[in-house]
Design a protein around this ligand. Structure first.
Ligand code: ADP
Ligand code: MG
Length: 273
């Protein structure tokens, strides 16, 4: 299949001919609450290609998380089609969806969702167990993933011994450990101070550039969206805007302009006590 997309007719991203890693075709999602039906997505069509970095924006209740749940194979559309890597996944069983999720997708959430009595290394290893990877290989992969987020030296720390930013980096390592094609992040910086948020964006930008990971990130903050390459805006369950980020920020350039890490971390550690 050769997919074509034209974004707002802007010259720099006129036509993309590669097959999309994500393609939604008129996707609807209705939550049936008995007496009421909530029409959370109302006919969403879009394509996302390999190595894109997409920010999903919109007010609370506009359908962002519903979209992410569908993209992440955590939920199925009520109507319409979802093609992941060219394969129609809208009608797969829960077991099949779980397999795809484990192999192709990595997830990062606002609440880091780490197991508290488990070391960073063991947290990162967890998805490799479900993927049936051999024990020797698991630890190697988990260490490798921790190194990619700059936490090689924190492998044996527990979440309570790590700052918020470090915990989110462990969560990113966990999302990377099965070598997914797509990283889905729902408000990953929502619980972090602004410098730490930019550090997380730095990691996501590096993974996107160096590892050619496709990133789809939900944020309601314009400042954070500026680090993406493309912004989608949802309103009332519909895609209202889809455009390239014109003045894209590079986190590694922004970081030196922000207050130092030490000051921030000292504060964070104080808060954690
Ligand atoms: P956002 O992430 O943009 O805040 P959501 O996708 O969470 O938006 O929600 C979109 C709409 O769907 C909202 O009206 C919300 O109340 C509703 N909704 C979300 N999840 C559920 C659910 N599991 N059951 C019923 N309604 C839901
Ligand atoms: Mg949400």
């Amino acid at each position: 299949m050769s997919a074509q997309i034209i974004l707002n007719g802007e010259p720099e991203n006129m036509v993309k001919t590669e097959a999309a890693v994500i393609r939604l075709d008129n996707v609807h999602k209705t939550y049936d609450l008995g007496e009421v039906q909530v029409h959370a997505l109302r006919g969403v069509s879009l394509e996302i290609h390999a190595s894109e970095f997409v920010a999903v924006m919109g007010a609370s209740g506009s359908g962002k998380s519903t979209l992410m749940n569908i993209l992440g194979c955590l939920d199925r559309p009520t109507r319409g089609h979802y093609y992941l890597d060219g394969m129609e996944v809208s009608q797969l069983s829960k077991v099949e969806l779980a397999r795809i999720r484990n192999r192709k997708l990595g997830f990062v959430f606002q609440q880091f969702n780490l197991l508290s009595r488990t070391s960073a290394l063991e947290n990162v290893e967890l998805p490799t167990i479900y993927a049936g990877i051999r024990p020797e290989e698991r630890e190697r992969r988990a260490k490798d993933a921790l190194a990619r987020v700059g936490l090689a030296d924190r492998a044996h720390h527990y979440p309570s011994q790590l700052s918020g930013g470090q915990q989110q980096r462990v969560a990113i390592a966990r999302a990377l450990v099965n070598h997914p094609a797509i990283l889905l992040a729902d408000e990953p910086t929502g619980n972090l101070d602004s410098r730490t948020a930019v550090e997380i964006m730095d990691i996501l930008q590096r993974l996107n550039e160096e590892g050619s990971l496709t990133v789809v990130l939900v944020t309601h903050e314009q400042d954070i969206a500026q680090f993406a390459k493309r912004a989608l805006e949802f309103r009332d369950g519909k895609l209202r805007r889809d455009e390239a980020i014109s003045k894209r920020l590079l986190a590694r350039e922004v970081l030196p302009t922000l207050p130092s890490l030490e000051e921030d971390q000292a504060e964070e550690n104080m808060d954690a006590r």
